[in-house]
Design a binder for this molecule. Structure first.
Ligand code: HEC
Length: 171
């Protein structure tokens, strides 16, 4: 099982998920809407993931570890239910999403939760950086590399730090 305490395993899992490509990924969309209820878009779920991830980082920096743990728990629940059942984006590749979401749920979310529960700022900061790398890996694979999640807790999610003017110019 990938209930990994070892971050390297998580990265390996992500790398494996990436390199497997589109042919072997499970197709969750078919199972998603069993109730017939309209499905939320992945983008809307992500708005919440982003907000909660930002709050978790700021909370840990403010020694508000109960709040950080709460937000991480909510993110975990979203990756458990809302992400797999969400309507996939219509633009860009999506085949990698189930496996990369599962890797985040199995590896990154528990590491964040444990660090918050232990009120361990250093462990939380490290888990936050690894989680942000996993967020960004999926955004890149989804051709949404411009949605950058900062690796340091305390910053806006997504990253809104100004870019150099040349990179900011329209392409
Ligand atoms: C398994 C893939 C995957 C993972 C993991 C993932 N994302 Fe996303 N995220 C996406 C995709 C795909 C989009 C673009 C959705 C769209 O096209 O509407 C997105 C969009 C976003 C957006 C922009 C939402 C908007 O519409 O303004 C934010 C913010 C975001 N993600 C935050 C995060 C954070 C924070 C994490 C990690 C804690 C994360 N994401 C992890 C796939 C992922």
């Amino acid at each position: 099982m990938l209930r990994a305490r070892v971050p390297a395993l998580v990265l390996l899992a992500l790398a494996a998920a990436c390199s497997r490509g589109s042919t072997t990924s499970p197709e969750p969309a078919a199972a998603a809407s069993a109730t017939g209820a309209p499905r939320t878009s992945l983008g809307n779920v992500m708005v919440q993931v982003g907000r909660r991830f930002e709050i978790a980082g700021r909370a840990a920096g403010a020694n508000r570890f109960d709040l950080a743990a709460f937000e991480v728990g909510e993110i975990e629940e979203m990756f458990e239910g809302d992400v797999p059942s969400a309507e996939m984006p219509k633009e860009g590749p999506t085949a990698h999403i189930p496996a990369m979401a599962k890797a985040f749920l199995d590896g990154n979310a528990p590491a964040l939760r444990k660090a918050a529960a232990a009120r361990d700022r250093a462990a939380f900061t490290a888990a936050f950086a690894r989680a942000a790398a996993a967020c960004n890996a999926c955004h890149q694979a989804s051709e949404k590399a411009f949605i950058q999640v900062p690796t340091e807790p305390g910053k806006a999610v997504p990253d809104l730090e100004p870019l150099p003017a040349a990179s900011a110019a329209p392409r």
